[in-house]
Design a protein around this ligand. Structure first.
Ligand code: GLP
Length: 264
């Protein structure tokens, strides 16, 4: 796991965008795994700018989002489909037909949606780079603590912790779903590369458990220790509880010297 501690959230967004741009420049047909939440929004802003000035094009890119609420229509303002439209898709040159979320429309069987999602990911040859955030309880996607590390795309009950964390995004009295369809931990682990972003002091504990704790379903993000190509971009606050901060900083400096800033 490559751990990079940067000054602030803007540097994290910049570092994330640089890596995604490098991937797309290398492969116009890249398959990107996307995440919702507040964390990747600034990075999406930088990708939008890069697309506007013609530095990259999403015209041949395919995307798969990690998760979607169950029980919200895709055009509901709080659905992750609407979120992605607002934060990214409607500002770039992507073909919306190539943007996938595990959406379960009214009257559709959720298990069929989950099975189909796995098949769709396989049919395009898998995900080249999966973007992740991390929940303050260590979840990735909506794989809550105690999720099987072998899990595939499925329906998950959200923990009280997550419902409370995400309540800030809903109006008081607005219906907030407590079920979602999420890629499983094993689905995420099949991505060829993983780029996890975390910012803010409220993520520091989960980040420490993910990187320096034991591999355990208590912290689903800790499964990433078993993946060969994970880059974690942190701001100072999110990295503040790591024991080996000095080591990560030195290793990053040396890697940059050896491989150059173009390394992604
Ligand atoms: C949600 C999403 C996760 C995301 C997490 C953190 O629960 N399902 O994919 O990583 O929130 O969100 P934030 O970036 O807003 O802290």
């Amino acid at each position: 796991m490559e751990v990079i501690i940067l000054k602030d959230a803007d540097e994290v967004a910049e570092g994330g965008a640089r890596r995604v741009c490098a991937l797309i420049r290398q492969n116009r047909n890249a398959v990107l795994g996307l995440a919702t939440g507040t964390t990747p929004v600034a990075m999406y802003g930088k990708l939008i700018s890069a697309c506007r000035i013609g530095e990259i094009s999403f015209s041949e890119v395919t995307t798969f989002n990690l998760d979607e609420y169950l029980g919200l229509a895709p055009d509901h303002p709080q659905s992750y489909r609407s979120f992605m439209q607002r934060q990214l898709f409607e500002h770039i040159d992507i073909d919306t037909d190539n943007t996938y979320l595990p959406t379960c429309r009214a009257g559709t069987d959720p298990e069929t949606v989950c099975r189909l999602y796995e098949e769709q990911i396989k049919s395009v040859g898998g995900i080249d780079m999966q973007i992740l955030g991390i929940g303050s309880n260590g979840h990735i996607g909506f794989n809550e603590p105690m999720s099987s590390l072998a899990s595939r795309t499925r329906v998950k009950t959200l923990s009280e912790h997550t419902v409370a964390d995400n309540s800030r995004l809903f109006e008081p009295n607005e219906y907030q779903p407590s079920l979602a369809i999420t890629m499983g931990v094993a689905t995420i682990m099949e991505a060829r590369r993983i780029l996890l972003l975390a910012t803010g002091p409220h993520k520091a504990r989960a980040v420490r458990e993910m990187i320096e704790g034991s591999v355990t379903s208590r912290c689903p993000a800790s499964a990433l220790q078993l993946h060969q190509r994970v880059t974690v971009l942190l701001d100072e606050a999110a990295g503040s509880e790591l024991e080996s901060q000095g080591y990560y900083k030195r290793a990053h400096e040396q890697n940059t010297e050896l491989l150059g800033a173009s390394n992604f």
